[in-house]
Design a protein around this ligand. Structure first.
Ligand SMILES: C[S@@+](CC[C@H](N)C(=O)[O-])C[C@H]1O[C@@H](n2cnc3c(N)ncnc32)[C@H](O)[C@@H]1O
Length: 266
């Protein structure tokens, strides 16, 4: 599925050479037949990119090699390019992760107001973790009042982008680090606040357990998405509510229904 975030025709298939192991592992979860078929043709036409992927992400080498076997016919340059564009469009989320300056122009970030985060709890003098920090939307907002903010992000290009951004903004209390939500590289009960946006939810129970582990008793776990235009007549997500989260609602500047979730650790 594409978010419509890029004009894929404008991108070289070499964009995949900017991607990390974590991204290739995530792509390999896509079992859609048409995506696999087109990716197989695109990779058959770009053997150096296949070589890079299977060496960068050996645990999913089988997934990528199998695609090539299925694409054993000869394809014209135009057919290969057609498949490259299809794949880049389907992977627009990953393309913007390796071109963070594009990600930073998306409405969910530019239309968002930091009060949406700071009104959930008091961040003053707190030690905060932002998981899946991206371009730092939440981390930078928290840093206006918190004592220290750790911005954890598995994508190398996003980490570099954030490091430059916090330097430019002179935010020396923000530390940019590698890390994933399912294995947070910190000791137990380290943070007053653990937050994320558009990251929590692939495996709610595992991720919440890990976020709870690194949160101090009395601390907060927050899921604070950005702006969008999606109407949600079904109401808030049921999974966080089952896990004891409370929620706050607002109508976004883009006309969507936005729910923010939070839970205090007892
Ligand atoms: C849509 S972006 C949102 C970025 C930022 N949180 C925001 O709301 O502006 C999702 C981010 O989560 C990161 N991410 C995705 N899965 C993750 C995981 N399992 N652990 C940590 N970060 C993850 C991605 O690399 C990406 O930066």
């Amino acid at each position: 599925m594409s978010y419509g975030w890029i004009d894929a025709k404008q991108f070289s298939f070499n964009t995949l050479l900017l991607m990390d192991r974590w991204i290739f592992c995530t792509i390999a979860k896509n079992q859609r037949q048409e995506f696999r078929r087109r990716l197989g043709i695109a990779l058959a036409g770009n053997p150096a990119i296949l070589w890079y992927i299977v060496n960068k992400c050996p645990e999913q080498a089988g997934y990528y090699r199998a695609l090539i076997q299925d694409a054993s016919e000869d394809y014209s340059n135009d057919e290969v390019r057609d498949c490259e564009v299809y794949v880049l469009d389907a992977l627009d989320w990953a393309v913007v992760y390796v071109y963070p300056e594009i990600m930073d122009t998306l409405g969910y970030i530019t239309e968002w107001d930091s009060e949406r985060l700071l009104s959930i709890t008091d961040f003053t003098n707190k030690t905060v973790l932002d998981i899946g920090s991206g371009t730092g939307r939440l981390a930078i907002a928290a840093a206006t009042v918190a004592k220290t903010v750790y911005a954890s992000e598995p994508v190398d290009r996003l980490r570099e982008y954030m490091r430059e951004k916090v330097k430019r903004l002179d935010l020396n209390k923000v530390y940019v680090i590698d890390g994933k939500i399912e294995s947070i590289p910190f000791q137990d009960e380290f943070f007053d606040i653990v937050m994320s946006g558009h990251t929590f939810g692939d495996d709610y129970e595992v991720e919440l357990r890990e976020m709870m582990r690194v949160t101090k008793p009395g601390g907060y776990i927050i899921d604070c998405p950005g702006e969008d235009d999606r109407k949600r007549p079904e109401g808030p997500d049921k999974e966080p509510l089952k896990l004891g989260f409370q929620y706050l609602y607002y109508t976004s500047k883009l006309g969507g229904d936005v729910y923010r979730y939070w839970k205090q650790k007892s």
